[in-house]
Design a protein around this ligand. Structure first.
Ligand SMILES: [Zn+2]
Length: 297
C-alpha cells in the first residue's frame, strides 16, 4: 500500500536523523566516509577506534549544523563531511560532550573562492586606509563560520606544513565560546571545570601565562628569521600577529603534527593536551610538576 511505503520511508528518515544526532558512526554511509578518509591523509594516521569516534562525532556535528554555499556554490554531502571531519578532529579525545564547544553557532558558509572583506585602518599619523582583505576563512561570535572551499580542499591536499584552514577557524570558535558579544578572540578559551586540578582563576592564570610565554618565543623566532637571517620557525609566522592567531595556528599544528609542536613548544603543547584531553595529557596531582618538567631544557 502506498501509505505504508510512505510511513516506512518517514520512519527510515526519522531513524537516520536520530542516528546522526546521537553520533552513531554508521549514520555516515561507508562509501562517503571512505571518500573523506582518502581525501584527508591527516585522518588516515588516526588509529581505527579514533577514526570511528571521529566518524560518529562528524555525524552528530552534521545533525547540529547548517551548511550553505555562497554565490551559487552547491554544497553536497561530501563537502559538508570534509568540513565536519576536520572541525571535529580537535574534539576527538573528549568525544560527543565537547560538541558543546561549537554550540554558539549553527551556520557554516562555503564560498567558491577567497572572500573579500572591507577593512578600515587608521595609521599612527591618523590617516584612514580603506582596503579589501582576501580571507580564506572567518569565525565570528554567533557564527556563521565562513570558509573558502578551495582552501578546505587545499588543506586536504596537504597545503603547507602544519596548516589546516578548517581547524584554524574552528579554533577561533572554541576561543570565542562564552565571550560576550563584541569581545574578540584572545587565545584564552573557556577551560573545562577542574582543568589540571586547578580552581578556575588559577587555571585561567596558568593558561594566560603560558600562552604569553609561548607567543613571545614564537614572535622572537619570527623576528630572528625576518630580520636576522635565522631559520624560519616551523610554526606558521601568522601566529606571531596576535595571541588569538597563535592559539589558532597552534591548534592547527597540534592536530597535524603534535610531536613536532611538542618539540617546538613543550609546555604549551602540554596545556593543549590537557585542553583536548589527549591520552598523554598530564593529569592528577602531578600534572603541574609534569608540565614544569616539560619546561626544563
Ligand atoms: Zn585566524
Amino acid at each position: 500500500m502506498v501509505w505504508a511505503t510512505w510511513l516506512h520511508r518517514g520512519w527510515q528518515r526519522w531513524q537516520q536523523r536520530r542516528a546522526l544526532r546521537r553520533g552513531d558512526p554508521a549514520a555516515i554511509p561507508e562509501p562517503l566516509w571512505q571518500q573523506v578518509l582518502a581525501a584527508l591523509p591527516l585522518l588516515q594516521a588516526l588509529p581505527a577506534p579514533l577514526q570511528s569516534r571521529l566518524r560518529g562525532l562528524s555525524a552528530a556535528f552534521l545533525a547540529r549544523k547548517r551548511f550553505s554555499g555562497a554565490h551559487g556554490l552547491a554544497v553536497d554531502d561530501t563537502m559538508a563531511l570534509l568540513v565536519a571531519a576536520q572541525a571535529c578532529l580537535p574534539l576527538v579525545y573528549r568525544g560527543l560532550p565537547a560538541l558543546a564547544w561549537y554550540e554558539g553557532f549553527v551556520g557554516i558558509v562555503l564560498h567558491p573562492h577567497e572572500v573579500r572583506a572591507p577593512r578600515r585602518l587608521t595609521d599612527e599619523a591618523g590617516v584612514v586606509h580603506e582596503y579589501d582583505e582576501e580571507l580564506a576563512g572567518e569565525a565570528m561570535q554567533g557564527g556563521p563560520i565562513v570558509l573558502a572551499w578551495p582552501r578546505v580542499l587545499g588543506a586536504a591536499d596537504g597545503e603547507g606544513v602544519g596548516h589546516n584552514l578548517v581547524i584554524h577557524e574552528f579554533a577561533h570558535a572554541i576561543d570565542l565560546r562564552g565571550k560576550p558579544l563584541g569581545q574578540p578572540a584572545d587565545g584564552c578559551p573557556p577551560l573545562p571545570r577542574g582543568w589540571l586540578g586547578l580552581a578556575p582563576a588559577a587555571a585561567r592564570e596558568l593558561w594566560r601565562r603560558e600562552l604569553a610565554a609561548a607567543y613571545n618565543i614564537h614572535r622572537q623566532r619570527v623576528v630572528m628569521h625576518e630580520h636576522f637571517g635565522a631559520a624560519a620557525p616551523w610554526l606558521d609566522p601568522y601566529g606571531a600577529s596576535a595571541p588569538a592567531e597563535f592559539f589558532a595556528v597552534s591548534c592547527e599544528a597540534y592536530c597535524v603534527d603534535r610531536a613536532r609542536l611538542a618539540a617546538e613548544h613543550p609546555v604549551w603543547t602540554a596545556l593543549l593536551d590537557a585542553l583536548f584531553a589527549h591520552p598523554q595529557a598530564p593529569d592528577g596531582p602531578d600534572a603541574l610538576a609534569a608540565i614544569s618538567a616539560a619546561a626544563a631544557p
